[in-house]
Design a protein around this ligand. Sequence first.
Ligand SMILES: C[S@@+](CC[C@H](N)C(=O)[O-])C[C@H]1O[C@@H](n2cnc3c(N)ncnc32)[C@H](O)[C@@H]1O
Length: 480
Amino acid sequence: MHLGASTVQYLPIFTKLDDRPVLVVGGGDVALRKCQAFLKARAQVTVVAPEFCTELTELAAQEQLTLVKEYFDTHHVLGMMLVIAATDNEAVNQAVFDAANAQNIFVNVVDDQPKCGFIFPSIVDRDPITIAISSAGTAPVLARRIREKLETVIPHHTGKLARLAGDFRDQVKARFKSFSDRRQFWERVFDSSVVSKVQTGDEQGAQQQLTEMLTQPSKLEGEVYVVGAGPGDPELLTIKALQLMQQADVVVYDYLVSDEIMDLVRRDADLVCVGKRAGNHSVKQEDTNQMLVNFAKQGKKVCRIKGGDPFIYGRGGEEVQVLAQHGVKYQIVPGITAAAGCSAYSGIPLTHRDHAQAIQFVTGHCKKDGQELDWRGLAQPNQTLAVYMGVIKSPHIQAKLLEHGRAPETPIAIVENGTRQSQRVVRGTLSELAEKIEQHDIQSPALLIIGEVAALHEELAWFGQSEQVSSFAQPITQVA
Ligand SMILES: C[S@@+](CC[C@H](N)C(=O)[O-])C[C@H]1O[C@@H](n2cnc3c(N)ncnc32)[C@H](O)[C@@H]1O
């Protein structure tokens, strides 16, 4: 079953109803609430019903709306922009629906979703900022809960801040000709103490500071954010990573960053793929380094986003060295490394007092002139090896560990696409490592976990097993 296949698709738009005619059919409380929503948008409201509640009569007395004391007739919809049927009479609601549809007028029959050509979303109101949430009529309670969450995280001074920005819009436009310069200016403003001034009610101070910022030299300084995106599940991104992804003018990424995470970068940022797979570097590392320097020197905010953590087999160190040599400003944001993500999502603790007192991160893919690993040390019992990029070299890794005394029955796990929907965990013993990889056609990215702890997968992962292969795992904290 494809969830949502039958859900009606709505286009989210905000309409300007200033002085436009709208019709509400019904004279009770529900009609009143709809009238109030229309009046807030300054619409010209007509209400048709044989009787009206007191509040509607009062609004009419204040000349805020027009009451037509009649039974509904099809001619009432003529010339209207929007129509609402808010009666408790199904036949009348149907007649309103038919009349509006016949004229191609948007109509909403209250509490009858199939008869709604438009809907009223849940609103978080920080005028002039408005956040509208809709579940397309499928789960209003869920939409309401999302709204409640947003109410707690969107500060109340947001509206004031937006109004202040609106007051300065023309000056900023005159000062900065390009869209990108204006955007960066506003990013600086919203990161500055202008915000706290508005928050504490010092609006004059905020205005003064904004005016000063406008007179400062316009040369914008570039910067590189070296961001760890984690192993794939977008919910494992840090808040800082997300913020910087949203601020970047250019995003430089490679194949390890999942599509779901790339969906979260700023929509109008330029995307540059420097895709890397073991032994298949589409853009040379030196060229990537230079690209980062060049973008920053052009005054751009560059998000260099990497799978996992940038400083663990991520070449983040090499890139930052080059940035430092060229005097380019940078920030480094750590990410959840594959070993931590795969461990949690497969139910394999990397250390355990009974099984492993140490954990070593190892790469199976050395530089061409790389030195041999310390196999004797790596073959010691009661420790865990997390092997990155080890799939291709797995026969060599297996042979070397056995040769240096690691027991053939040492448990191993191979975690492919760790933390993603497509995660697979293959279990076995060290003597079967390469064979399991071949048998299950393991593809990159995959992490090898070698050590006694791997056997805990069966106990700690809650999902069923099939031929010692398990598919997508939820974080084990969700075990019932
Ligand atoms: C170039 S390294 C990058 C490591 C990354 N910087 C980190 O901290 O996770 C690539 C290797 O990380 C491992 N890896 C990265 N993401 C993974 C995932 N979602 N599942 C399993 N292994 C992963 C694989 O061994 C892959 O070959």
